[in-house]
Design a protein around this ligand. Structure first.
Ligand code: 13P
Length: 250
């Protein structure tokens, strides 16, 4: 059986000082778990996070990276900069970036390729909006996001990628997908990967659920057969809540 990958996405939260106290509290709370623990922090918290998690079981991630190694891209961060800082994971294509910052399947693919080339482990986010689900277009949207967003990702590259299924209607809303809704959507996504990369590769692929996951609903969600972990926003900002999710399925 796979362990779970439990990743916190802090989004635009926590100053350096706040990050320090959260991580100091978190380290002992998650020290003994078979699950993989990741915290995806703002760029300005990376050095602090890497320093304070050295020698622990917590892995550090960023929340975006650019597709070029350097150049005139004001406000962007290159994959090699993250690697040098000690970052292992990077969230790519989060729905907030797709909605507010013009991220498309093509830019998601470009960022993912660059992250992989630098040796980072991308956590690639996909998911449908409420309108798309209500219109019966969930499967079409997920198929497009995987087909376009993974267009020239090789089978070898896929081994280093985690996928996060995050229905947009469940993010930050307090409305969580039911255990069955999450599992059904993830099973559908896994089928898309199986068609392209084969069943074994698709079964090996980690696909997380994200969207209002918390210490109350994590146990049920993580017990589902296809849910390989969680990408947690709000609840990852409180050490005890995030730790409870880490330990919810062991
Ligand atoms: P919430 O857990 O706050 O709903 O956020 C989910 C998310 O977007 C994680 O990337």
């Amino acid at each position: 059986m796979k362990n779970k990958i439990i990743a916190g996405n802090w989004k635009m939260n926590k100053t350096r000082a706040e990050a320090e106290s959260l991580i100091r509290e978190l380290v002992p709370l998650v020290a003994h778990t078979p699950n993989t623990v990741v915290i995806c922090v703002p760029f300005t918290d990376i050095y602090t996070a890497v320093e304070l998690t050295r020698g622990t079981n917590i892995h550090v991630g960023a929340q975006n990276c650019h597709w070029k190694e350097s150049g005139a891209y004001t406000g962007e961060i290159a994959p090699s900069m993250l690697v040098e800082a000690g970052v292992e994971y990077v969230v790519i294509g989060h729905s907030e970036r797709r909605t507010y910052f013009g991220e498309t399947d093509a830019t998601v693919l470009a960022r993912t390729k660059a992250a992989l080339a630098a040796g980072l482990k991308p956590i690639v986010c996909i998911g449908e909006t409420l309108a798309e689900r209500q219109d019966g277009r969930m499967e079409e949207v997920l198929t497009r996001q995987v087909t376009e967003g993974f267009r020239d990702i090789s089978a070898e590259e896929l081994k280093h990628i985690t996928v996060a299924y995050e229905p947009v209607w469940a993010i930050g809303t307090g409305v969580t997908a039911t255990d069955e809704q999450a599992n059904d959507a993830i099973r559908y996504v896994r089928g898309i990967f199986a068609a392209k990369y084969g069943k074994e590769a698709a079964d090996r692929l980690y696909i997380q659920y994200g969207g209002s996951m918390n210490d109350g609903n994590a146990k049920g969600l993580l017990a589902m057969s296809d849910v390989d972990g969680g990408l947690i926003g709000g609840a990852s900002l409180v050490a005890s809540k995030f730790a409870a999710i880490v330990h919810a399925h062991e």
